[in-house]
Design a protein around this ligand. Structure first.
Ligand SMILES: [Zn+2]
Ligand SMILES: [Zn+2]
Length: 175
């Protein structure tokens, strides 16, 4: 396991929302940071991005929230003036998923950019707010330890370990 891979929380906001009075500035998404980190990862791992794949990654990073494949087709059409075939979008998404550059939220069939540089099979948890749509990507050493023990005992090799927790974020739980 990569020793630089520490516990983290990464926030993607689904919708803009007012900061509650007196609250600390929320740790918002940094689209440029996500893209830069993802591109640095490509250089490190010698992942070559075709212009089409790179565009999908750029769209997801700048969106800063989960996007479905059909929303992605609309975004590509807006950017290029040409409507791509769904299969080309799915192929690009598969490639980005396999290389750990994006994640898929199964419950929403939507995709999210990730600049953490962790392996595609690393355990992660998505905390998904039902009200504002905020998605937080989180992990912890304790969770990784527990899961590796669990899969190890079953002699099971995980391909993906993504958990989704639905509920209300801190701001939405207050109202
Ligand atoms: Zn991630
Ligand atoms: Zn919320």
């Amino acid at each position: 396991m990569n020793s630089e891979y520490n516990d983290y929380m990464n926030v993607s906001r689904g919708t803009r929302r007012e900061k509650p009075p007196g609250a600390a500035e929320p740790e918002g998404p940094d689209p440029k940071g996500t893209l830069a980190a993802a591109l640095a990862l490509c250089r490190r791992d010698k992942i070559s991005l075709t212009p089409g794949r790179r565009r999908i990654l750029e769209i997801l990073a700048s969106e800063g929230r989960p996007l479905g494949a059909y929303e992605m087709i609309d975004r590509v059409a807006e950017a290029t003036g040409k409507r791509p075939a769904p299969i080309s979008i799915y192929r690009a998404l598969d490639f980005l998923l396999e290389n750990g550059l994006i994640h898929r939220l199964a419950s929403r069939n939507a995709f999210l950019a990730c600049g953490h540089g962790h392996a595609a099979q690393e355990p992660i948890v998505f905390l998904i707010c039902d009200v504002c749509g905020e998605v937080v990507e989180a992990t912890s050493a304790a969770m990784r330890g527990a899961l590796s023990e669990l899969t190890g005992e079953a002699r099971f090799s995980p391909r993906a370990q993504v958990m989704e927790v639905a509920g209300r974020c801190q701001a939405c739980a207050r109202v």
